[in-house]
Design a binder for this molecule. Sequence first.
Ligand SMILES: *[C@@H]1O[C@H](CO)[C@@H](O)[C@H](O)[C@H]1NC(C)=O
Ligand SMILES: *[C@@H]1O[C@H](CO)[C@@H](O)[C@H](O)[C@H]1NC(C)=O
Ligand SMILES: *[C@@H]1O[C@H](CO)[C@@H](O)[C@H](O)[C@H]1NC(C)=O
Ligand SMILES: *[C@@H]1O[C@H](CO)[C@@H](O)[C@H](O)[C@H]1NC(C)=O
Length: 625
Amino acid sequence: MKAYFNPSLHQERITYMKMLVYMFLLPLFTAAMNLDLQNYHHHAVLDPQGKYNIYWMHKENIITFLVQVETLGYVGLGFSPNGAMASSDIVIGGVAKSKPYFQDYFTDDNRVLHKDPQQSYKLEYAMENGTHTTVKFSRPLQTCDPHDKNITESTVRVIWAYHANDIEATGPIYHGLNRGQKSLRLLNPERKNYISDETPSFNFTNQQVPIPDKDTTYWCQMFKMPTLDKKHHIIKVEPLIQKGHESVVHHILLYECDREAGDTVLEYGHECYHSNMPDIFLTCETVLYAWAIGGEGFTYPPHVGLSIGTTTDPTYVLMEVHYDNPFQQEGLIDSSGIKLYYTPHIRKYDAGVLEAGIWVSLYHMIPPGMPAFSSEGHCTMECLEEALSHEQPDGIHVLAVLLHSHQAGQVLRARHFRKGEEQKLLAYDNEFDFNFQEFQYLEEERTILPGDHLITECQYNTKGRSTMTWGGLSTRDEMCLSYLMYYPRINLARCESIPDIKEQLQFIGVKEIYKPVTSWPFIIKSPKRYNNLSFTEAMNVYQWSKKKGNSFNEHVKQIPINIRCSKHESREWSVQGMLLTPPEVKTYTSEVPECASFFSVSSSAVSSTVRYVLIVLSTVIHYTF
Ligand SMILES: *[C@@H]1O[C@H](CO)[C@@H](O)[C@H](O)[C@H]1NC(C)=O
Ligand SMILES: *[C@@H]1O[C@H](CO)[C@@H](O)[C@H](O)[C@H]1NC(C)=O
Ligand SMILES: *[C@@H]1O[C@H](CO)[C@@H](O)[C@H](O)[C@H]1NC(C)=O
Ligand SMILES: *[C@@H]1O[C@H](CO)[C@@H](O)[C@H](O)[C@H]1NC(C)=O
């Protein structure tokens, strides 16, 4: 075993320590390392074989990583704009010929690796045993170096690589296939696992569903909640994804259905939204739980749970699994689903989920060739006023948000307004990754009051597309939703909006449509250039340019919107169907965090491990000599 520390910390001791480390410290050191791992709040395995592990934690503006890889060569970790190697912020370290090495690098647009003139990362130690290399380092979240990537609450594409050999004088040798990327949210608040191993659970899983060889399939299966003699709380939900289907199962939604459903519909699953889907499926409207690709399980905080077992709780639920099969693979059979943990020790509050954003519809339109087209879905003050003053005048408390869009989504935000003034963002992701969507726990719960207003904002990139993108269910279509997990549960399922279609079509010059409407999408009568075209065809006939797309974007943001404000079990609040003008709002400008170069940072933020190990070492040194 070899163990080394940053030489600058204690250079004079290094030679005799080497002997000591070999002779005495193995057990002590291992103990210290194990202790240390417990202190990291987060852990992720980056490669499929489980050879590359990272542990991390952040405290104030310092983030500390411990990277442990099954190699005796170099290890590299980086932050990339898109998951590829170009234009990334990278560190490489290891132990070679008994000496630790570590450098801050960056890659240019051509993937050429350069030493960063400003070294923003600090090595705390590097060590290797007979099989693994471990490197611990820290850095400020915002550095003042343009070659570093700032670490924020947004999704981060972490890239990783390693090699069997150490770095050479000319730099690292190419890592070949030992590399990859994974999206993570590094600044997630720490979540304790409140669940004991004995917590009872049940599963809802699909039964050998043959996944059709087509791009998009929504599969629906109804389940009955367990029959319980009294109120219980579901306190954790976990995905059960069939091995090998991690990229096929795109999202899972659990809806509450009409309690009159009856057991006969439980026997078979069915393609959702298909014309011969059982009608009863359409009664399942209220979202109880949402999971999307890349996400982990959801643990409710200790004061909240999802109620089951009382007469007002869900009896029948519908699980909707979205299968994404872009290569139209044949013969895939899937039995994925979810696992729900529940307890008779009921918690103080019942959880609910509110779906806010854009009403999923063909009326949600995004022109082609746009690098940044921004759509806004309003959960209006009229809807929140009516529903909340009826149900919970003191407001509801949001504890987590799942931002949801499809493949063109790139920046998503859940904005919150009170009396026209914007509050701090509820949630945001400036680097949305379609393949990584999960509930983000809020750092602090947020109260939503009657008369507040929410905007879900989605910025799309359609540069590579030559035709319109529509709101819809396929991942090539778009959505713009935020699922708000909140308590106490109220009778408000969806709070959404869609821009008025007539005003949208006026932009391309549509004058008149055929009435009565007998076909969908409806047909245009005049002007002549659009005659007998459906409105979707007409939108595609229009000669879009970036400039026109931008003016369309401005137009759509200020035209009247149709309101959706629905209760559970297919009922509506009275404001549903109203046509309203989007409110004037005052934009919140957040303070830009100050950047820091490492050496201006107080040492108290640096983890105590190094000091702990050093104390152990010096004690032994003192004792022995
Ligand atoms: C080296 O450390 C790793 C990680 O703690 C451990 O899994 C592995 O067994 C160790 N190898 C040896 C030879 O001690
Ligand atoms: C990182 O954040 C700091 C402080 O907010 C800012 O000054 C700097 O320009 C940012 N760096 C990059 C590369 O975006
Ligand atoms: C639920 O699924 C897990 C994982 O597939 C399995 O181990 C467990 O036995 C299942 N539990 C029940 C009650 O079916
Ligand atoms: C549009 O459709 C109507 C009814 O099918 C037909 O009478 C008319 O000639 C069509 N107009 C054009 C321009 O194709």
